[in-house]
Design a protein around this ligand. Structure first.
Ligand code: C2E
Ligand code: MG
Ligand code: MG
Ligand code: MG
Length: 279
């Protein structure tokens, strides 16, 4: 199956409607092209067990190979995709591609790891989202326990009732749900109280100043123990140094992700890394 399948009819659908206001028409068209002409690709970043250093999960991160501009980072096009609604077919492509890759790694006899996929607000609000997830798993013969969906707090807080219903459907499928970028921006604790997350990803901004800065230490420690109390597993994002790792180990943070281990890499590089940890 190609990206085309996921992009079909979308442009037509958004033609002349009011979404994507202020968006140059050309940009929308280009992004639609990106989906249908196979210009998107995924890179993968390992998540490691802090105590053992072993890879336990992989986050899929989308990139755009633009015909003229070359490689474009998600921060430059995900917001446009969100505004125009193109995030729905784009996200569907990411979901399927990530599941396909996870199936490949398992077929290679590598240690099974969780594949984590970022999900944005419009995708989560799509009533068909849970069935798209079920289809992606089925199509790739991937057990639901190996799929994790990452959402930020703003995704669930926008329409809490609907988000909760969606989360329950997804949990019934058996996929894991994590709250991404926890502690960034205007986040509060409300989402943790209301929604059934399995995992908390502590934002890079809380990890950055560790372990030198006392306030950063206090906040990170509090977040880690909060997660433990709420029976959520906890992962630190943006870990770059040994000193940060030492702190996280002491604070009993379970997992970490960041340049200290690996930047996001192509799938072949992940295969090589997983190969290296076969028993
Ligand atoms: P995110 O989900 O919080 O992903 C982590 C981002 O931090 C990635 O940036 C990653 O490359 C970067 N990062 C990881 N470790 C380090 C580190 O040690 N230091 C520093 N400075 N940065 C680190 P990236 O790939 O540019 O993605 C940015 C954001 O774009 C993601 O943040 C996510 O919100 C969004 N995104 C990426 N792929 C998708 C996707 O498929 N769908 C949706 N809806 N959003 C996506
Ligand atoms: Mg993420
Ligand atoms: Mg994050
Ligand atoms: Mg982030």
């Amino acid at each position: 199956y190609r990206a085309k399948q996921f992009g079909r009819n979308t442009l037509q659908h958004h033609d002349g409607d009011s979404s994507g206001v202020g968006m140059p028409r050309g940009e929308q068209e280009e992004l639609h092209q990106a989906i249908t002409a196979d210009q998107l690709f995924l890179e993968y970043q390992p998540q490691v067990d802090v105590a053992t250093g072993r890879i336990t999960g992989i986050e899929a991160l989308v990139r755009w190979n633009h015909p003229a501009k070359g490689r474009v980072p998600p921060a430059s096009f995900i917001p446009i995709a969100e505004e125009t609604g193109l995030i729905v077919p784009l996200g569907l492509w990411v979901l399927n591609e990530a599941c396909r890759q996870a199936r490949n790694w398992q077929d290679m006899g590598l240690t099974p790891v969780t594949i984590a996929v970022n999900v944005s607000a419009k995708q989560f609000a799509d009533p068909d989202f849970a069935s798209h997830v079920a289809e992606a798993l089925e199509r790739n013969r991937l057990q639901s326990r190996w799929l994790e969906l990452e959402v930020t707090e703003s995704v669930v807080m926008q329409d809490a009732e609907r988000a909760l219903a969606m989360m329950e459907q997804l949990r019934a499928l058996g996929v894991r749900l994590s709250i991404d970028d926890f502690g960034s921006g205007y986040s509060s604790l409300a989402a943790l109280k209301t929604f059934p997350f399995d995992r908390l990803k502590m934002d890079r901004s809380l990890v950055e100043a560790l372990p030198g800065d006392k306030t950063a230490v206090a906040i990170a420690s509090a977040v880690i123990s909060l997660a433990q109390t709420l029976k959520l597993s906890v992962l630190a994002e943006g870990v770059e140094t040994d000193a940060q790792m030492d702190f996280l180990r002491q604070a009993r943070c379970e997992e970490a992700q960041g340049y200290r281990f690996s930047k996001p890499v192509p799938p072949e590089e992940v295969s090589r890394l997983l190969q290296g940890q076969l028993p």
